[in-house]
Design a protein around this ligand. Sequence first.
Ligand code: G3I
Length: 321
Amino acid sequence: DGLHSLMVAAGKLYFGTAMETNNFNDAAYQAISTDKNEFGMFTPENSQKWEVTEPKQAQFVFTQADAVAQKVKSNGQLLRCHTLTWHSQLPSFVSSGTWTPATLTAVITAHITNVMTHYAGQCYAWDVVNEALNEDGTFRESVFLSTLGPAYLPLSFSIASKVDPSTKLYYNDFNLETSPRKADGAVKIVQLIQAAGAQIDGVGFQAHLNVGQTPSRAALAATLGRFVALGVEVAYTELDVAHATMPPSEADRERQAADYVAAVGSCLDVERCVGVTVWQFSDRYSWVPGTFPGKGDACLYTRDYQKKPAYKAVVKLLQGA
Ligand code: G3I
């Protein structure tokens, strides 16, 4: 039994992971990622971001993300698609452009329409808007906010639902798990989109967590529940749990295991939590040390594909569910 088949047995839709084309020529990685008992859902880690899919205005490039999508599809696994309107990894024509509300609306409309049309019918969900909030729950500064105000959020969702209403449309962000004020902001985003009459189906909790600073299973479940009460589903979309000091001690590794169990357990506790995606499953490919030097070992498997205490604890949790 693997992570995905155990999640399905526990009544969830999937256990997933981020994957990218640079993982394709790693035989040990592929042996694990193509095991349908282990993973049922894949998120392209970078290749569907705006700077890759539309590097120059109206020039769409899908080669890299198509390779991920094709691999997943040919193996009978599912795709979570990531992401459309995001302030980061933007091509310079967007981030440095001079915009009016009308011209930026046209650019967002063309981007979402082209990318979602290309992947129509292939995505379980789309992260339509990513990371629109500051830590205090106010809206994050971006070319989108400064030109259009918060209206860019319902705008993005309403365009997306016109292109592919069958895919689940998500708002996705980090630290919603740990910051009540940021979660307040995300509640307001869901309400803003609903009040505009636009479709929103889910909220993605990235869950980039830190060892020893992860809320309890009950607290995490309560936060998920705030969103379910608004009528949307929820998921953990980028789960990892980073050690603050490297290398971790045995006690650190046990704490990491408990933190993973709290996160996955909280999804089990909330009926409309549909699944868990980890942001890479091996430390070999984790984004953490590149962004936070000195932190790391955030994944379920070591660099050499050994199962960590965290992996074993999640399996044990799911076997008991
Ligand atoms: O592709 C270029 C390559 O051509 C160049 O030589 C190299 C030199 O730095 O950079 C490569 O681009 C890197 C890219 O990943 C692809 O590997 C960027 O520098 C690097 O910054 C980028 O990092 C990604 C990061 O998003 C960017 O924001 C991480 O892989 C990816 O894991 C991370 O994922 C995000 C989610 O999308 C949203 N939530 C947070 C999460 C973690 O930051």
